[in-house]
Design a protein around this ligand. Structure first.
Ligand SMILES: O=c1[nH]c(=O)c2ncn([C@@H]3O[C@H](COP(=O)(O)OP(=O)(O)OP(=O)(O)O)[C@@H](O)[C@H]3O)c2[nH]1
Ligand SMILES: [Mg+2]
Length: 170
């Protein structure tokens, strides 16, 4: 099976591999710089979902693959504060794109304030934790859940929701 993933982020690629390996041994997974065509730091469910769908659909439009996967992180305002959110999309040529949402947690006010003033979460997390490339590893969700739910685990759940819907439809 040929798969294109619209990202080179390690946490995203790990999740895609983990879930698709359970389907098939012969996997050909290509990481692609697919444009999300939304802002670098999406600020709503709608925008984050659109980013995931755009990435997945770009993959099947521009590459000869069976599946295109798009995974996108963002945030959204709620009455309880600013929440970290994630959406995933699975595209197959000439079929409706499947979508699924991930677990969400409230971000600390100190982080939320910086995002509201225009900063992106990835660099803010590295600055906050005095570490590098958190977004490729445990992610903000891993840091603020004390490692209980890491970014790749959260995307693994989204991937299971996508692949399960794909199997149900086939
Ligand atoms: O440390 C983090 N832990 C997380 O749990 C998390 N979720 C989202 N983000 C950040 O939100 C923005 C859009 O996300 P995003 O989907 O574009 O991800 P990304 O930029 O890491 O990957 P990619 O664009 O290369 O595929 C980027 O600034 C991400 O860094 C996170 N950062
Ligand atoms: Mg990004």
């Amino acid at each position: 099976m040929k798969i294109a993933v619209g990202s080179k982020n390690k946490a995203k690629l790990k999740a895609v591999e983990t879930v698709l390996q359970t389907l098939e041994n012969e996997l050909d997974i290509a990481p692609i710089d697919a444009p999300s065509n939304v802002s670098g730091m999406p600020f709503s469910d709608e925008e984050t979902m659109k980013g995931a769908m755009n990435r997945a659909e770009f993959c099947v439009r521009h590459h000869n693959v069976d599946l295109g996967i798009g995974l996108e992180g963002g945030v959204t305002e709620t009455p309880a504060g600013l929440f970290l959110i994630n959406w995933g999309a699975l595209a197959v040529k000439d079929q409706a794109t499947l979508v699924a949402g991930g677990a969400r947690i409230k971000l600390p006010e100190e982080i939320a304030t910086r995002l509201r003033s225009g900063e992106e979460l990835g660099p803010v997390m590295d600055d906050f934790c005095q570490r590098e490339n958190i977004r490729h590893g445990e992610g903000a969700i891993g840091v603020f859940t004390n490692g209980m739910v890491t970014r790749d685990l959260m995307f693994t759940h989204i991937m299971k929701l996508l692949v399960g819907q794909y199997q149900y439809r086939s």
